[in-house]
Write a protein that binds this ligand. Structure first.
Ligand code: AN0
Ligand code: CP
Length: 317
């Protein structure tokens, strides 16, 4: 595997989880694989988990790591071609990308949807330019439409905690004061298509996701009904996708907040969220602090997911 931008690139998901479990049990087996290899992690947006877990994964593989926050000391980057650069951006992405490619062996990029232009976001305009012009393997640390390292960690976590062969997994929209990308829910839905779980998506009308990610998943607009008998509740906010409403917050209805009453409808489900999470908007204090909340082991598995992916990329060099 050279580039990693979608969970689908892992191929057989059971096999990928098996490899991840091996990495988890033997984190230092491949210390020589990354020797004298440099990872550059580039962040256009904030991060806690992705930044730390990916750096830890690379260190476990013996790599050197450089981290650059574009908004923390680098030149502001122009991303549009043809612009007369007389504004506040002194450097163009078209020079910055190949230059960065000269200094490393692998590049991780975080670049969220900007909600300015749906075609640019859903065409993964920024990530694709890194793939095209850096000359190096590129992996997504959450791009405009997907967050595959998160999804892989989520699936590893479900595999660790599931008590049934075919658990019922419910992804529920929950309220949030600011517009958030669809990358996490898109990617999670994409990952669920690789499993044989029963997968249900629930959200208010107007929050329909791109049908190519939803696939054959059941969409249930009644959250209570969707949660009935669930084994895993995966909460996430996202902004509207459809038409004129692209990138807009249409509802902050707190009756969608995952609280104890909602969890009581499930089959003693585990609660999951990628984090960061706004308490008492997305989830009540009580639920996130309950023994059924597995958000911390889920975050811990981000190291495992990143290390498994980085290992495959290093093996392809
Ligand atoms: C981001 C999002 O929803 O895509 C990152 C989640 C991993 N969340 C926020 O910006 C709060
Ligand atoms: N879940 C996740 O990707 O978190 P960060 O935004 O903190 O990296």
């Amino acid at each position: 595997m050279r580039h990693f931008t979608s969970i689908l690139q892992l191929g057989d998901i059971r096999e990928a989880v098996r490899k991840a479990m091996y990495v988890k049990a033997h984190p230092f087996d491949d210390q020589s694989l990354g020797r004298n290899k440099t990872l550059l992690m580039l962040f256009f947006n904030s991060s806690l988990r992705t930044r730390l877990s990916t750096q830890k994964a690379a260190m476990n593989l013996g790599m050197n790591v450089m981290v650059l926050g574009v908004n923390q000391g680098a030149w502001k980057l122009e991303t549009e071609r043809g612009v007369v650069m007389d504004g506040d951006k002194p450097e163009h992405l078209l020079e910055a990308i190949p230059v960065m490619g000269c200094y490393c062996d692998v590049i991780g990029v975080r670049s969220f949807a900007r909600f300015e232009n749906k075609e640019d976001d859903y065409g993964e305009k920024i990530l694709e330019q890194f793939i095209r012009y850096s000359g190096k393997p590129v992996f997504s640390m959450e791009a405009a439409t997907r967050h595959p390292l998160q999804t892989f960690a989520d699936i590893i976590t479900i595999e660790e905690y599931r008590k049934k062969d075919r658990p019922k997994v419910v992804m529920t929209w929950a309220p949030h004061p600011k517009a958030l990308p669809q990358a996490v829910p898109n990617s999670f839905a994409e990952g669920m298509q690789m499993t044989d779980y029963e997968f249900v998506i629930t959200h208010p009308h107007g929050y329909e996701l791109d049908p190519s990610f939803v696939g054959t998943a059941r969409v249930e607009y009644d959250q209570d009904k969707a949660l009935e008998g669930a084994d895993f509740v995966y909460a996430k906010n996202w902004a509207a996708y459809e038409g004129e409403n692209y990138g807009k917050v249409l509802s902050m209805d707190r009756s969608w907040t995952v609280d104890s009453r909602k969890m009581a409808l499930t089959d003693n489900a585990y609660f999951m969220h990628c984090l960061p999470v706004r308490r008492n908007m997305i989830v009540s204090d009580e639920v996130i602090e309950s023994p059924q909340s597995i958000v911390i082991p889920e975050a811990a598995n981000r190291v495992v997911s990143a290390q498994t992916v980085l290992k495959e990329i290093l093996e392809s060099l």
